[in-house]
Design a protein around this ligand. Structure first.
Ligand code: MN
Length: 295
């Protein structure tokens, strides 16, 4: 690959408004025929949506290229979305790395099952919205926008800047990523809404919400109901503390109990060899989740 702009400081390269990064991205997609887009462990809708969109962008700019998305696992919600939009993520540990690797929505190397020594030899491009870590040091380029609620918004903005309007399935994937990472828009800012209105043409928002609500399986819903039916409520210093027990899904049960009004929920799951205690407390809409393992 041409090395122009190599000496631009990376801090500058990470500014999306800087045309150079867009020029570089276009150049990479046009010239590299083999690119791997890597998602973090248990890839969530933001990681998957971002990768699906980047892969589309690459294939638009280089129809002959070989582009694929890989993760060591994907979440259940992400699987629903992939089925809906007819896309795939290869599930694999330690994938074979081509010369160019994009790491997407991932802050730390610990979230990836890749050969780090091999990765360091490759041309790595990181696109993320988490706090910058030393993962950025091994990257040739990175776009890290810590103030963005989702990586999908960074990708949507790239499309906008490049004046390429993505097809419906790609926009659906990006919208799912945005809505998921903004916790159903609770963390959205004015730019989020601008990008949603750009992406949502001919897409029903209810459909996006539906795709993101298919997580609860029967056993989880049963556990929620049992946790609520067994709940004891104590008051302590004006805090409503709920105590309950289930045999599985204790973290999800604790979150559910907090969501229906408890200030603190302790849900214990008793298992064969260990006892897991989940404490979830709602602190100004922030969840603090703590688990204590007792062998
Ligand atoms: Mn994310």
């Amino acid at each position: 690959m041409d090395k122009i702009n190599e000496n631009i400081p990376k801090s500058k390269i990470c500014e999306l408004s800087d045309d150079n990064i867009l020029i570089q991205l276009k150049k990479i997609f046009r010239e590299e025929n083999d690119i791997l887009f890597l998602c973090h462990h248990n890839a969530d809708p933001d990681a998957v949506g971002s990768c699906v969109a980047l892969k589309y962008l690459a294939s638009q700019l280089n129809p002959k290229g070989k582009f694929r998305i890989s993760a060591d696992s994907v979440s259940k919600l992400s699987r629903n979305i992939l089925n809906e939009i007819g896309e795939r993520v290869d599930i694999e540990l330690y994938p074979k790395l081509p010369d160019t690797v994009f790491i997407v929505d991932t802050a730390s190397i610990n979230q990836l099952k890749v050969n780090f020594e091999e990765l360091k030899e490759k041309e790595v491009i990181l696109i993320d919205h988490h706090k910058k870590t030393d993962l950025a040091d091994i990257c040739k380029y990175y776009i890290i926008k810590e103030d963005y609620p989702s990586t999908s918004e960074i990708i949507a903005e790239i499309f906008k800047e490049l004046n390429i309007f993505p097809p419906k399935n790609v926009r659906t994937a990006l919208l799912c990523g945005i809505v998921y990472d903004t916790k159903h828009l609770k963390l959205a800012n004015s730019k989020t809404f601008e990008l949603i209105s750009y992406l949502i043409k001919d897409i029903s928002f209810q459909k996006i919400l539906y795709l993101l609500s298919q997580e609860s399986d029967v056993s989880k819903r049963t556990a929620h109901l049992k946790a609520c039916s067994r709940m004891e409520i104590r008051e302590f210093d004006k805090l409503r503390i709920a105590l309950s027990h289930v045999s599985s899904h204790e973290a999800s049960c604790a979150k559910t109990i907090v969501s229906i009004g408890a200030d603190v929920a302790f849900v214990v799951a008793v298992r064969r060899k260990r006892e897991r205690l989940e404490l979830v407390q709602d602190v100004e809409n922030m969840y603090l989740s703590m688990c204590i393992l007792v062998i």
